[in-house]
Design a protein around this ligand. Structure first.
Ligand code: FES
Length: 90
């Protein structure tokens, strides 16, 4: 599965959550619980769809997903930046 962000793209590895993959590739995502409770990790989903093996308790809007616990079903585009690119803007 290929994930496109605002700055780059990468492939999801076997058994990896989307949150793990975003961190591995140098993206900035906030998190706390990593299991669908807190909602800290919510990000905007621009293209594609996900589902949840267990319904998350955190509230999210229709266009948001929880990368800590969602299951990626197809290629996605999400609104997430690389840490390195965030520092150079503002
Ligand atoms: S880190 Fe808490 S819901 Fe994802």
């Amino acid at each position: 599965m290929r994930i496109f962000t605002e700055d780059t793209f990468f492939d999801l590895e076997e058994g990896e959550t989307l949150l793990d993959a975003l961190e591995r590739t140098g993206h900035f995502v906030e998190y706390q619980c990593r299991s669908g409770y807190c909602g800290s990790c919510r990000i905007k989903l621009l293209v594609g769809s996900v589902d949840y093996p267990k319904p998350p308790l955190a509230l999210i809007k229709r266009d948001e997903i929880l990368p800590c616990c969602c299951r990626v079903k197809e290629d996605l585009k999400v609104r997430v930046r690389l840490k390195s690119n965030m520092a150079s803007e503002d």
